[in-house]
Design a protein around this ligand. Structure first.
Ligand code: PNS
Length: 160
């Protein structure tokens, strides 16, 4: 069985992330979306809320693949989480060439740490190429409308 981990901060999850989830679910038999708990950063949403928002969005937006997709939180190294769940691949999304340099560096570091876990890049759909969690956080902090960029599960949580 092919099992991949899609790690990220997902603060918050965007339609761009969900596009990558959908594509990865077409490639791998099982996918674990791994939400990083980073004590050094003050997130917009706590990790368990970020994970819950992803779970709801996956169930609502991709009912077909949803049973093969799990969502978990993790701390520490991504490759340790991959090994703990038995993943052979790590998925990352690329929106533009500008994403590639940092992602390539991370992929090589992760390969050095865990040669058995290979990174696979999936290209985000062009309609989401400009969407970023950082900009969504900024728009949300100033009270702007984030509904074009994030699923309803995120909008509802931020309204609360
Ligand atoms: O959504 P992001 O913030 O771009 O995701 C970055 C993430 C979580 C994939 C990366 O920071 C990460 O893997 N952090 C866990 C700690 C780790 O493994 N660091 C070494 C990376 S080479």
């Amino acid at each position: 069985m092919s099992l991949a981990v899609y790690p990220g901060s997902f603060d918050p999850v965007t339609y761009g992330h969900l596009d990558v989830v959908y594509r990865a679910a077409g490639v791998f038999e099982r996918l674990v979306i791994a939400v990083l708990v980073n004590p050094q950063k003050a997130p917009l949403l706590p990790a368990d809320e970020r994970a819950a928002a992803i779970r709801e969005a996956v169930a609502a937006e991709m009912p077909g693949p949803a049973p093969r997709i799990d969502v978990a939180t993790f701390d520490g190294l991504t490759v340790d989480f991959c090994r703990a769940v038995g993943a052979t691949h790590l998925v990352r999304g690329l929106r533009a060439v500008s994403d590639f340099e940092a992602e390539l560096q991370m992929a090589h570091m992760n390969r050095a740490l865990a040669p058995g876990v290979d990174t696979v890049f999936l290209m985000t759909s062009v309609e989401y190429a400009f969407v970023s969690s950082a900009l969504v956080r900024e728009i949300a902090r100033f009270g702007g409308d984030i509904s074009p960029f994030v699923p309803a599960s995120v909008v509802a949580r931020l309204r609360r």
